[in-house]
Design a protein around this ligand. Sequence first.
Ligand code: CP
Ligand code: NVA
Length: 307
Amino acid sequence: MNHFISLKYFSANQIQDLINLAMRIKAAPLDSKSSLAGKSVGLIFEKSSLRTKTAFYLGALQLGAYAVYYSPDEVKLGQRESISDVARTLSGYLDAVVLRTYSHSSILEFAQASSVPVINGLSDFLHPSQALADILTIQELKENIKKVKVVYIGDGNNVCNSLIYAFSILGGKLTLAIPQDYLPSVDVLNEAKDYAKISGSEIEIADSIEEAASGADVLYTDVWISMGNEAELRERKKAFKNYQINGKILQLAKEDVIVMHCLPAHRGEEITDSVIESKNSVVFKQAQNRLYTAKAILSYILKEWAK
Ligand code: CP
Ligand code: NVA
């Protein structure tokens, strides 16, 4: 089954194929406009979304497919109906399902029962479609991701985990500045070490945010409090208070550093207003690239692999 659940199930060549496909779609959007004609894509979201919903929903329509969106109140996976019953029912209607869930295990359970491809539109553990757009953005603006210092500052969360998989599979240098209690899981870091043996990537944990930011080509951050972590608001704000991309941190990076954020941003927390509005910020280019990578994922999964 051609699921898109984690980048770890993809080789470097396959990830690069997806990026190249996204670039082709971006350069000539009309060339692919009927490529998924007659296909149907469902989007089941347990959490809010602006970019991911728009990218996959509109992306499906722009490729000529139908799209059905289920808001967080509708399906109630595992509450109104078992995950397996939903997956088997929708397999009879749809050609692919994009899922955004609280628990990553819900996506795995859905995929187990589904006879159509499942795309991870974010879980508590991973956000692979985001990482794909991020790699595209870095490639566009810095050309070779293997030749730049990319620094992730903040929470070792779903976005961070997917970036670790992307960099460790593709190669490149990713430096993490993350408080000790919020580091990515040991499993993810160990897997990354294995992938690095093949790709030559360097995934490093810096001793301080200043050390990490020094000489950076890319500074990346995400919220301190992800969807689902709201109950930990007070302790997280305390733990992350020194993990902010601000003017001082920006100064330590290269002059032409690009600043990235998957959005939504909490200005004044993980990033200051002046940095996200600065000439170095590429957050809206990055957001726009979600559309082309979503279309590439849909095309790849529904068409290319079916050939
Ligand atoms: N970056 C991202 O996934 O945004 P949304 O939560 O708005 O989809
Ligand atoms: N880490 C964030 C990403 C949102 C796109 C969250 O999970 O809420």
